[in-house]
Design a protein around this ligand. Sequence first.
Ligand SMILES: C[S@@+](CC[C@H](N)C(=O)[O-])C[C@H]1O[C@@H](n2cnc3c(N)ncnc32)[C@H](O)[C@@H]1O
Length: 323
Amino acid sequence: MEEPQQPAEEAEAAGGRLALRFQRAFLAGRRLAEFPWQDLEEILKDSGDPSSLLAILQKHESVGAEPLDELYEALRDVLTAEESTHCYKNYLLPSGDAITLCESVAIISRGTTGLVTWDAGLYLAEWAFENSEVFGNRNILELGSGIGLTGIAICKTSFPQAYTFSDHHQCVLQQLSENIRLNGFLLEPEAGCHGALEWKNQKVELAGVQAPNITVAELDWNCVTATQLSAFRADVVIAADVVYDPELTQSFIAVLRKLSTCKDNEKLPDVYIAFTIRNPDTYRHFQSELDKFGIRWQVVPGPQKNLFPYDRHATITILKLLV
Ligand SMILES: C[S@@+](CC[C@H](N)C(=O)[O-])C[C@H]1O[C@@H](n2cnc3c(N)ncnc32)[C@H](O)[C@@H]1O
């Protein structure tokens, strides 16, 4: 018996959703292999007629682009472009607004992993969109911010009272500050209360809403003191993709232990860590170190809705820690 065919409207809606996924992947500069080709093939197979493909092409044309001309032009630009060390990527938010980030083209450059956006950072941002009560009107400290995707997404959508981005690498801090400015927040350098140079924003309105107080701070897990951590007065501490080798795990656990002495109004900060499990041994090692120092942890359900383009086969998890 033949499979029933999808009604035309359903096929068109599915085509529209898929076109949006292609658009998100394209704007975020994902590798061609990561585009949802398989889903495209499925849709074409299921539909049994070319209307889905037409819907995708029409959707593309409705944004005023000629598919083939645009592709040829993009190809010409790629072939004739001089090799660049950085590029601009765009991440579409649920509001339709976008975050634009200047990123390195290499996953490791200038001796750091911090100049590109990692999948766990995107995952944590997606989780934040669905759990904005965790961040709204609160004082957030992010550790190992990299070039800022997660924090900028939270500042734009969850309205924290204050947000401190932090990292230890000078190039990362520089690029992070530029990216924050690129997304509409004003940031001026000033001497921080922790001795190091910090960048702070003037309170501005962004799209008619009061922007959070933003600080970019130099914070090295190997030398930060409990007093310095305490001075951030964080209600919530977050980090994405910061546990990927045993040496780093030690430094990071040391920060968590110092955080446990940061009592503001008798309440310890809530801590959320997102990470990609590349090597199960590294993950188990991190968990056993948490257990060793009496830091309780629980796995938090991940985001329901996938918004950003990242490797869907990656295992990413979020832990809530009770420091
Ligand atoms: C894999 S990147 C993740 C960046 C970002 N959170 C993301 O998800 O895209 C790890 C980050 O941790 C930072 N980092 C590594 N060691 C650090 C240390 N000892 N102190 C502070 N930050 C550190 C790096 O500079 C880098 O930005």
